[in-house]
Design a binder for this molecule. Structure first.
Ligand code: 3BY
Ligand code: FES
Ligand code: FE
Length: 425
């Protein structure tokens, strides 16, 4: 596959140097973007929503991945189902709002009507020989991971989601995300390629100077930091951090919440990583005073001082779960240089706004942090678009997880391209 008569994407992948950022076309070219949509976003498990957005039968959200629109709906049996948002008559998009509630799915064009299980129950003027059963909505694979909803647009989704679910369910379960409600939700469009959004998320090299609100609660060592940084004398700070971690481990053990790091960020289709991390000062939450933002704790947790469980999935998500609230993030590519970052703040479903929590206080840290990250991604995109850009080296101490993101991406795209060319050979 030749790109503008220049180096092919296969060649760019083959010559990618581990430990350095990607070459410019990975962030700027339409051809790579289209491959990303086809081979990454249409073939892997993508985090798109939370169960709390669709608590009742008929509640739905629509999700746009490139030109593909998906309806994620709570069906009449209270299960989560997902369908292509494409009418089986002449293909019209049926639900055009980002969210809502429906009794049945009715196409606005000629009123073909579908049950929430996707079956077509009404289609006027189609004649005696018309078989409704052959015209159900096309299903999309959907899985709830303890309340986090992942879809996969491939007919045969990667089977290793089961391994992810098995490993992660004990970590997520105590927070009972399926019993939360969405207290706030913000969509932010970053002016950068989705991989710049993800790379930025996978390091905290930039935190100390760019995130004054986040660094009130966050220990930079937590985020994939490899000790023994030859440049800095951190021995005393690391020792203090380790003492604090030991205190948290005692509380985590008492509370019965798993905390050991799991890192399967690459080498598999459904890459992920998790780690329960200490929080600075009061130790409770990613808030401006590091105390719980919500009085009602999640699930049956009784100890507010639990730090936060961080959970990252390839290719497009990260989550932070504390004792009192959780924040979920998804990145959805819009174009080679634009990415939607959707953030949702979840609190116990019985928590009362104004009594148990204040939305401004709950959202202050990540509202600001997201804006700061968006500005960083935008300057990143501008820089990599310059002819002067050449891939630069990652820090071995603070950017190990960025490398793992890129390694996963290069691995997945290369293997998808080689199987695609084998199929067409
Ligand atoms: O949310 C995260 O996981 C990363 C790490 C610290 C900053 N950040 C956006
Ligand atoms: Fe949907 Fe005709 S396109 S009813
Ligand atoms: Fe950041």
């Amino acid at each position: 596959m030749a790109r503008d008569g220049a180096v092919s994407v296969e060649e760019l992948l083959a010559r990618r140097e581990p430990g350095r950022s990607l070459e410019a076309p990975f962030y700027t070219s339409r051809e790579v973007f289209d491959l990303d949509m086809k081979l990454i976003f249409h073939r892997h498990w993508i985090f798109v929503a939370v169960e709390a957005e669709i608590p009742e039968a008929g509640d739905y959200v629509t999700v746009e991945i490139g030109t593909t629109s998906v309806i994620v709906v709570r069906d009449d049996d209270m299960n989560v189902a997902a369908f292509h948002n494409v009418c089986r008559h002449r293909g019209a998009r049926m639900l055009t709002e980002p969210s809502g509630v429906v009794g049945k799915i009715v196409c606005p064009y000629h009123q073909w009507t579908y049950e929430l299980d996707g079956s077509l129950i009404h289609a006027e003027h189609m004649g005696a020989g018309f078989d409704r059963t052959c015209h159900s909505l096309k299903r999309v694979n959907v899985r709830s991971l303890a309340g986090l909803l992942y879809i996969c647009l491939a007919d045969e989704p990667p089977a290793d989601f089961d391994a992810l679910a098995e490993a992660m369910t004990p970590y997520l379960a105590p927070h009972r995300l399926a019993e939360t409600k969405v207290a706030a939700s913000i969509d932010l469009i970053e002016e950068g390629n989705w991989k710049l959004t993800m790379e930025n998320n996978r390091e905290c090299y930039h935190c100390a100077t760019n995130h004054p609100e986040l660094t009130v609660s966050l220990f930079e060592y937590g985020f994939g930091f490899a000790p023994d940084d030859a440049d800095t004398d951190r021995a005393a700070a690391m020792e203090a951090y380790e003492r604090i971690c030991a205190e948290f481990e005692t509380r985590w053990t008492r509370e019965g919440v798993p905390f050991a790091e799991i890192d399967r960020l690459h080498g598999c289709a459904t890459g992920f990583r998790t780690q329960r991390l200490a929080i600075d000062r009061a130790g409770e939450s990613q808030t401006m005073d590091t105390r719980s933002a919500c009085k009602r704790l999640l699930g049956s947790l009784s100890e507010p001082r639990l730090g936060g469980l961080s959970f990252w999935t390839q290719p497009n998500a990260w989550h932070h779960l504390m004792a009192d609230h959780a924040v979920t993030f998804s990145a959805i590519p819009l174009s080679p240089d634009r990415t939607l970052v959707r953030t949702r703040w979840l609190v116990h479903r019985d928590a009362v706004e104004g009594v148990d929590y204040d939305v401004d206080n709950l959202t202050e840290v990540w509202r600001n942090t997201n804006e700061q990250d968006a500005a960083l991604v935008a300057i990143g995109q501008k820089g990599v678009s310059s002819p002067a850009y050449v891939p630069g080296p990652y820090s071995p101490y603070t950017e190990g997880l960025v490398e793992k993101f890129c390694a996963w991406y290069v691995e997945r795209l290369s293997s998808a391209l080689s199987s695609t060319s084998a199929e067409t050979a």
